[in-house]
Design a protein around this ligand. Structure first.
Ligand SMILES: [Zn+2]
Ligand SMILES: [Zn+2]
Length: 235
């Protein structure tokens, strides 16, 4: 964008820090320097399948040891803790979309290597139902996908997968109930035979959403399905 348009937009809508929500002193940065270490990064001990933090020496998390997964592999950047939860609430429901620029930047910085190793042909954000997206005004995952795709030069296919019906909140359901809740909730609109797909979402908990997406994408012909989420819950 034009430099002057950017400057003008920064005066009208100054950027806020995704951690403390103060207006950033340096509008060219995406987070204040003192907040940079507040979100907790997932260290070296993560599940080799889904990327969730695990205990030292463990190879797979509880879910990945017990379940057969439809996705091939995935990674997350941060641990889903209270600070990040607050930040995501402001991002999703209170119009702080600029946080998405920081989140996408962190995804590229910390998981870009994995993404390039997977060589995805296309990025697909986890869709919302049309109704939910209209209520919320935007799709938080599509915003991330858009920026990650731009930085890493990978095309983004927004409408490739549609969410066909509203599903109950997953929070209070167990693994089997989650699977049932999501069965047939996604529909692929095109044949994607032979493609490697990267799914992007904001939060990973039990993996049932990403798994349902992967099942749908593989049903439509995808060869491999990987995923990146901004954060993952601890076991
Ligand atoms: Zn801050
Ligand atoms: Zn796992």
């Amino acid at each position: 964008m034009n430099k002057y348009v950017n400057m003008f937009l920064n005066i009208l809508y100054p950027r806020h820090c995704p951690v403390c929500h103060r207006i950033l002193k340096n509008q060219k940065t995406l987070i204040c320097p003192e907040c940079e270490t507040v979100f907790c990064r997932i260290g070296e001990d993560y599940c080799l399948k889904c990327g969730k933090p695990v205990k030292k020496q463990e190879e797979y998390c509880r879910e990945c040891s017990a379940l057969c997964r439809s996705f091939d592999q995935g990674r997350s950047v941060f641990i889903y803790n209270g600070k990040l939860r607050q930040s995501l609430v402001r991002y999703k429901y209170y119009g702080c979309r600029e946080y998405g620029d920081y989140y996408a930047d962190a995804v590229c910085k910390y998981t870009g290597k994995d993404i390039m190793r997977w060589k995805p042909d296309v990025i697909v954000p986890v869709p919302l139902t049309g109704r939910k997206q209209r209520m919320r005004g935007f799709n938080q995952s599509a915003y991330l996908a858009d920026r990650v795709g731009e930085q890493l030069q990978i095309p983004v296919a927004y409408g490739l997968v549609k969410k066909t019906r509203n599903t109950k909140s997953q929070k209070k359901l167990n693994a089997a109930q989650r699977k049932q809740n999501l069965a047939d909730a996604f529909r692929a609109e095109e044949n994607i035979r032979g493609l490697t797909v990267l799914v992007i979402d904001d939060v990973y908990t039990t993996g049932s959403t990403v798994d349902a997406m992967a099942q749908c994408l593989k049903g439509a012909g995808a060869e491999q399905v990987y995923f990146i989420t901004l954060c993952a819950g601890q076991q």
